[in-house]
Design a protein around this ligand. Structure first.
Ligand SMILES: NS(=O)(=O)c1ccc(NC(=O)NCCO)cc1
Ligand SMILES: [Zn+2]
Length: 258
């Protein structure tokens, strides 16, 4: 199976997932000065007020908070999107002690971590699985996490991580609204890309916020106490450096909101 190690990491994924070498892979290095200011790009609109988080889980690659996506109660719209996209889950990517862990980079600079809020086009597709294989099926909002002071709301997540230490573990996680994890500005870059983990489907409209949020090293350290491995496995492997490096732009344009 795939992972982030020497034997199963990003450089080997193309063996089972040839689209890894496709023309719209993610993440990418964003060069702000090369981004095209597109004045037709409106603001992104996040309607998360009635979102319903269900559980938090360790899937062996990251920690994921799943939402009830049975109706349009929490959606992202506007910006580059032609339809509202329903919030399905959010998860994180992070590094090892002190080193970097974001997937997207900005002029070669990476951040300590990156939060992905994953949405799917329920107007055109009947479920997430179908949308995940369509070129306009998914919209992922990416938010950079920078090391600094404590984040006042992230503790709600980090305090629950001990419950999902092992791969395959899952626990209730109700009443969490990811709006509390947003920076003050919703200015963004956007481009057409892919899932950053297998199956690497080229189905994602990426919306990356220019402003990062600040979290403490202590809070980041709690992500690193998670394990890639299950409770029954002898070899414990700390969950860290679960990020794919930037992929070739292959002629794509990155657009910038005003
Ligand atoms: N890192 S990412 O590009 O945001 C991403 C999002 C969803 C997936 N896959 C997913 O949600 N599958 C649903 C069932 O596992 C993989 C990668
Ligand atoms: Zn992700």
């Amino acid at each position: 199976h795939w992972g982030y190690g020497k034997e199963d990491g990003p450089t080997l994924w193309h063996r089972n997932y040839p689209v890894a070498e496709g023309s719209r892979q993610s993440p990418i290095d964003i060069i702000p000065l090369q981004a095209v200011h597109d004045h037709s790009l409106g603001p992104i609109i996040l309607s998360y007020d009635h979102c319903t988080s269900i559980n938090i889980a360790n899937n062996g690659h990251s920690v994921v908070v799943e939402f009830d996506d049975s109706d349009d109660r929490s959606v992202i719209r506007g910006g580059p999107l032609d339809n509202p996209y329903r919030l399905k889950q959010f998860h994180f990517h992070w590094g090892g002690k002190g080193c970097h862990g974001s997937e997207h980079t900005v002029e070669g600079m990476s951040y300590a971590s990156e939060l992905h809020l994953v949405h799917w086009n329920a107007v055109k597709y009947k479920n997430f699985g179908e949308a995940a294989t369509a070129p306009d099926g998914l919209a992922v909002l990416g938010i950079f996490l920078e090391a600094g002071d404590d984040h006042r709301w992230l503790h709600v997540i980090t305090d629950a991580l001990y419950m999902v230490k092992y791969k395959g573990s899952l626990t209730d996680f109700k009443g969490f609204n990811p709006k509390c994890l947003l920076p003050s500005s919703l200015q963004y870059w956007t481009y057409l890309g892919s899932l950053t983990t297998p199956p690497l489907h080229e189905s994602v409209t990426w919306i990356i916020l220019k402003e990062s949020i600040t979290v403490s090293e202590k809070q980041l350290g709690k992500f690193r106490m998670l394990l890639f491995t299950g409770e029954e496995e002898d070899q414990r492997m700390r969950m860290e450096n679960n990020f794919r490096p930037p992929q070739p732009l292959k002629g794509r344009k990155v657009r910038s909101s005003n």
